[in-house]
Ligand binder design. Structure first.
Ligand code: NAD
Ligand code: ZN
Ligand code: ZN
Length: 344
């Protein structure tokens, strides 16, 4: 089969690999129908993700058809159409049982990180019962592909951790797919304001069309603009959706007294924490690796059209072109690219 590999030279490389086989009775082998590239995949190719070694087949998102299941898989059978969650959950270890499968003792972020992932014609999904979801007929495949990672991350790491509430104020730094995932799911909590901040005007206009009340171009006076919009208070919830020191420091300048900074970005370097200005502000800072524990609920919202995710997808490509797609996704601004759907 063909698979996209994190090559030794640090580049994405489409290579021939053996088709995966069942290794444990809890595994499923799935035939990929659609996959996509995540900002985190770009972090892998930048060398930011120490756990992902070269030679790895990357990708942790996908819609697939179950091809074969191990003897202990009870919820799925060959022929089922499934959403592959980016997090593998055994469902029984202590972290899974306390709702934190991101730190499952035999799972977590495995696919496209410590085991071969979904940017391949076939994928082995460990702990299939806890890591796959049945796709629904009432929503498009493209919308459901956003539920592997992008939208659960925005919701769990941004909205839930950030404690977005009725009538509160929210700023989201980074209007990429994950930031937009936080934007669309924040609205389910009816905050008063959602201020999107990005360098890219096109992404900000998408954010406006998805319900942002304000959009601010990140620049020298961004703090001033947010203070003007919030009567000098700052915002109750600041969601970091980029993953670089500059944006985490910006979040510290935007948070209101009593507020929360919810970090979503994958960071490859240390960042400064300005305790000299924050020590008396009664704030909370949260970090989280997505658990994909909200996926079943989000599927229902998408199925009932309470969440519209079609606007996240800007491009469709064939899997054979995936090396080129990395160039396009890597220069997303030049190509007005948000989420790409790669079809097999
Ligand atoms: N915590 C998790 O479990 C988890 C899961 C998935 C993704 N992520 C991470 O979330 C982050 C966002 O993912 P994405 O796919 O949306 O990435 P992305 O690269 O598509 O989006 C990042 C956005 O930030 C903007 N940006 C860059 N510098 C900026 C600045 N100085 N000020 C304001 N905006 C700036 C870019 O223009 C872009 O629109 C990434 O770091 C990704 O690795 C985390
Ligand atoms: Zn991801
Ligand atoms: Zn577990």
């Amino acid at each position: 089969m063909k698979a996209l590999v994190y090559a030794a030279n640090g580049r994405p490389s489409l290579e021939e690999r053996p088709k995966p086989i069942i290794l444990k009775p809890t595994d499923a082998i799935v035939k990929m129908v659609k996959t996509t590239i995540c900002g985190t995949d770009l972090h892998i190719f930048k060398g930011d993700v120490a756990t992902c070694a070269t030679g790895r087949v990357v990708g942790h998102e996908g819609i697939a058809i179950v091809e074969q299941v191990g003897d202990n898989v009870s919820l799925f059978k060959p022929g089922d159409k499934v959403i592959v969650a980016c997090i593998t959950s055994c469902t029984t270890c202590s972290n899974c049982r306390r709702g934190m499968p991101s730190h499952c003792s035999d799972g977590g972020w495995v696919l496209g990180n410590t085991a071969d992932g979904t940017q391949a014609e076939y994928t082995r999904v460990p702990h299939a019962d806890g890591s796959l979801h049945h796709a629904v007929k009432g929503a498009s495949d493209d919308a459901q592909l956003m539920l592997s990672d992008t939208v659960p991350t925005g919701y769990e790491c941004g909205v839930v951790q950030g404690k977005v509430k009725l009538g509160s104020t929210v700023a989201i730094v980074g209007s990429g797919p994950v930031g937009l995932g936080a934007l669309v799911t924040s609205q389910l909590c009816s905050p008063l304001q959602i201020i999107m901040i990005d360098l890219n005007e096109k992404r900000l206009s998408t954010a406006r069309s998805l319900g942002a009340t304000h959009a601010v171009v990140s620049g020298s006076n961004v703090v001033e603009q947010v203070m003007q919009l919030t009567a000098g208070r700052g915002v109750d919830t600041v969601i970091e959706a980029v993953g670089i020191p500059a944006t985490f420091e910006l979040c510290q300048k935007l948070v209101a007294v009593g507020g929360t900074i919810a970090n979503m970005g994958v960071h490859g370097t240390k960042v400064d924490l300005h305790m000299e200005t924050l020590w008396d502000k009664n704030i909370t800072i949260t970090t989280r690796l997505v658990d994909a524990s909200s996926t079943a609920m989000l599927i229902k919202l998408v199925e009932s059209s309470k969440l519209q995710l079609e606007k996240f997808v800007t491009h469709h490509f064939a899997f054979n072109d995936i090396e080129k797609v990395y160039d396009i996704f890597g220069a997303a601004e030049a190509h007005n690219c948000l989420k790409v759907v790669i079809e097999f």
